[in-house]
Design a protein around this ligand. Structure first.
Ligand SMILES: Cc1cc2nc3c(=O)[nH]c(=O)nc-3n(C[C@H](O)[C@H](O)[C@H](O)COP(=O)(O)OP(=O)(O)OC[C@H]3O[C@@H](n4cnc5c(N)ncnc54)[C@H](O)[C@@H]3O)c2cc1C
Length: 228
């Protein structure tokens, strides 16, 4: 292997839907990252290396790395990743990248709106897993509050709903809303309906914050600050 890549071993694979799945990998060596960063994963096809960016779902406190994938059937890499099972190897660059981090040190903006669709929830799960451990061990006071909106077409596409709803029951600093834009495809769905951007307009009501305006808003996986 060259000096830029690891061959990480897949330790677990779980399916959320026919085109959505997660894997956990053991990088085999040190891999440093901050919550919100992404890894560059790859595979070889016809003697060529194909690489793409994937947000890291796990917390830096975990020994293994976790990823949440959506299959793009005509894509160059995801059909190759889709074939990989526990025990297989995956190419991974040794250096994590990205600046999509959460600043819980600054005193001004303490309400953070986290907006995502489907796999865009990945960096937010890394935030919450990290903050939960910090909170339990006294490093995070809970002064900063996280409000997560996750949208999908169909309810079964929310890979991390159970984990995040469980967390919301346990801590005072995290709330989450899941919204399905095609709720009629699951008769048992009792959550919110409509596209995620509609809910960003009503976020104060959704989270019981009154009529607070957004200070900043962004794209599919975005962090905005609610004016305190
Ligand atoms: C910072 C960052 C983090 C990312 N994190 C994740 C992640 O956690 N999970 C994840 O699954 N992807 C993530 N992506 C997207 C990922 O890097 C690839 O673009 C994606 O997996 C498609 O790769 P591919 O080689 O299969 O398709 P490509 O050959 O690159 O794309 C083929 C075509 O499909 C389109 N396309 C790409 N993605 C989708 C999609 N989801 N739905 C429909 N069409 C699409 C492309 O625009 C292109 O036209 C992230 C991208 C960035 C930049």
């Amino acid at each position: 292997m060259d000096d830029k890549h690891y061959r990480a071993r897949i330790t677990k694979r779980a399916e959320f839907a026919p085109d959505l799945w997660m894997i956990r990998v053991d990088p085999g060596q040190d891999f440093h990252f901050a919550p919100g960063q992404y890894a560059t994963l790859g595979a070889e096809r016809d003697g060529r290396r194909v690489e793409r960016a994937y947000s890291i779902v796990s917390s830096p406190y975990e020994k293994e790395l976790e990823f949440f994938f959506e299959l793009v059937p005509e894509g160059a890499l995801t059909p190759l990743l889709y074939k990989l099972q526990a025990g297989d190897e995956i190419l991974m660059r040794k250096v994590a990248k990205g600046r999509f981090s959460l600043d819980t040190a600054q005193p001004e903006h303490t309400n953070h709106l986290l907006v995502s669709t489907v796999t865009g929830v990945a960096p937010f799960v890394s935030y919450t897993r990290t903050l939960f451990k910090d909170w339990k061990e006294g490093r995070f006071t809970g002064k900063h509050k996280l409000f997560l909106l996750n949208g999908a077409s169909r309810p079964w596409e929310f890979g991390y709903r159970e984990e995040l709803e469980d967390l919301a029951k346990q801590v005072p600093w995290f709330r989450c809303v899941f919204t399905a834009s095609r709720p009629w495809e699951d008769k048992n769905w009792k959550g919110e309906v409509g596209r995620v951007e509609v809910h960003t307009m009503q976020v104060g009501a959704r989270f019981g914050l009154g009529r607070k305006p957004l200070a900043r808003a962004g794209r599919v996986a975005s962090v905005a600050h609610l004016v305190n």
